[in-house]
Design a protein around this ligand. Sequence first.
Ligand code: SAM
Length: 293
Amino acid sequence: MMDLHSPATIRHLKDKYGFRLAKGLGQNFLTNPGVLQDMVRGAEITDQDLVVEIGPGIGVLTRVLADSAAWVCAVEVDRRLEPILAETLEDRDNVEICWEDILKTDVRRLIEEGKEKMGPDGAVRIVGNLPYYITTPILMKLLEEDTGAESITVMMQKEVADRIVASPGGKDYGALSVAVQYHCETRRVAVVPKESFYPHPKVDSAILHLTMRDAKAAEVNDEKTMFACVRAGFNQRRKTLVNALSSGLGMDKEEVRICLDRAGVDGGRRAETLTIQDFAQISNEIENYQRQG
Ligand code: SAM
């Protein structure tokens, strides 16, 4: 098999199958073999594991994943890649392609079916070089649905990765940081320059390894209220908490003050200084207040 990470091979396959890259599907294929190894090592894959890959493209990462894992199920929306993947994965017998939109895929079912085929031994890991136009919807779907996966190791725009791993206090810290860190522990595996792809995307990328938490980062009575508070706080991040929560949640300032007092959080602070535990306490008090007064 030729080097799938070489731009010359990608051009050859495109010509052979009359394939035109769909920019709208985020088709930037990896051309840096070191990055493939970073992804596999970062994902901590063992030969017992079941891997769900998002967006195999021409199969460059899929082949490496298949060499490390017991079973790979790759979800790809672009059926035009079918003849190419048939050729590039011809010599791998532990890969299955699921021709679906990942946003509509029942990932839990996919994992259950995969486990039946390979036996229930290893961990379940989700891995992928994400299509960047839907990075956040994919992540939120994988985090909010109970997929049964232990970890998610994904390449994304560096700017989005920076926001996900950010700590309170900085400009990158926001609703996305809270949402992801509530569900998982985050680790940055590598920063990947745009020259590592064909064609080059406009921005640099980064690989994140997200480990699903056994228990969420904070005790929250009602997640809907929690994330309504987070959105309200960060939608108007320059405002004080009292003002941002009152306008975002449609509550009187006095009511918000009572809840913040009960939560032990100063209403003059801004959302970007709050930890996940602070947000949890505030939302628990607001939910309590709305239920009982
Ligand atoms: N894994 C390959 C690599 O690293 O070279 C390709 C990665 S490319 C950045 C993203 C892939 O996701 C493309 O193959 C694209 O067709 C696919 N894709 C785009 N939207 C998708 C969706 N909604 N569901 C599943 N796959 C999708």
